[in-house]
Design a protein around this ligand. Structure first.
Ligand SMILES: CC(C)(COP(=O)(O)OP(=O)(O)OC[C@H]1O[C@@H](n2cnc3c(N)ncnc32)[C@H](O)[C@@H]1OP(=O)(O)O)[C@@H](O)C(=O)NCCC(=O)NCCS
Length: 230
């Protein structure tokens, strides 16, 4: 237990450049308080003292703004930065050296039973406001971008961003979609462009015709005047 406390404090120093002293970290980091409360709640949960476990979890939530279900399994050196609004579901499993920012939900989709929350690998960063929903795995060393909504398995060493979450980097290399969705042809724009070209062509033809008629008329008038003078 003491080893856990020490490594939890060390995780704050490893991940937060703003952390100054052990005293400050121990007394002011709500993420740390939530994790410690969770360790007690989880021990109660494992002994099947479910109501006591829930009470500890809810008291912790009241003071820290972080809701970790007592059934969730969390690894070593989890760091919850800022923390407010973090929700971690009952069947969630979190590996070692994970960083979670404020507003993260590790939840279910509401459609599953049994294991319905994600399994997070080691050394994963889950950006602020992101939601990871469902009973799939997020691989080791992966990053979930701020505000991403992840609904599918994430392999190791990937970066996922957006809603719905898509892999934009794998093993340090950028991943490009085979089809560039921002460059998809728009049939209506294409049709309007064709019509505009047709109108331009017709306008030019009419102008040329008009010019020819004017020239012809001018020529005719000129000849008429000439004949009259004769
Ligand atoms: C995703 C993240 C971890 C960076 O991971 P990374 O592997 O270094 O990824 P990169 O910075 O190389 O970005 C890869 C691509 O994703 C885009 N991207 C990064 N974060 C994004 C986000 N949150 N939403 C949408 N797109 C994002 C980048 O613009 C880049 O796009 P491009 O290939 O078109 O240039 C980081 O951007 C992030 O969101 N961290 C969370 C930080 C946080 O929550 N802080 C709160 C502090 S209070």
């Amino acid at each position: 237990m003491f080893r856990h406390l020490k490594s939890d404090v060390q995780a704050v120093f490893d991940n937060d450049p703003a952390a100054r002293s052990k005293f400050e970290v121990i007394f002011t980091y709500s993420g740390l308080h939530a994790i410690w409360a969770h360790r007690i709640a989880h021990a109660c949960y494992n002994r099947k003292w479910f109501t006591l476990a829930r009470i500890i979890s809810q008291v912790s939530r009241f003071f820290t703004g972080i809701e970790i279900h007592p059934g969730a399994k969390i690894g070593e050196r989890l760091f919850i930065d800022h923390g407010m609004g973090v929700v971690i579901g009952e069947t969630c499993v979190i590996g070692d050296d994970v960083v979670i920012y404020q507003g993260v939900t590790l939840g279910g989709t509401g459609k599953e039973k049994g294991k319905r929350h994600p399994t997070i690998g080691n050394n994963v960063v889950i950006g602020s406001g992101s939601k990871v929903l469902g009973s799939f795995r997020v691989g080791n060393n992966s990053n979930i971008g701020s505000n991403a909504v992840v609904l599918r398995e994430v392999p190791d060493n990937c970066t996922v961003v957006g809603n719905p979450g898509r892999i934009v980097k794998r093993n340090g290399e950028k991943v490009r979609d085979r089809l560039d969705h921002t460059q998809l042809p728009d049939p209506i724009i294409e049709m309007l462009r064709e019509m505009q070209n047709e109108v331009d062509r017709l306008k030019l033809a009419v102008e040329q015709q008009q010019k020819r008629l004017n020239d012809y008329a001018a020529k005719e008038n000129g000849q008429l005047d000439h004949n009259q003078e004769d």
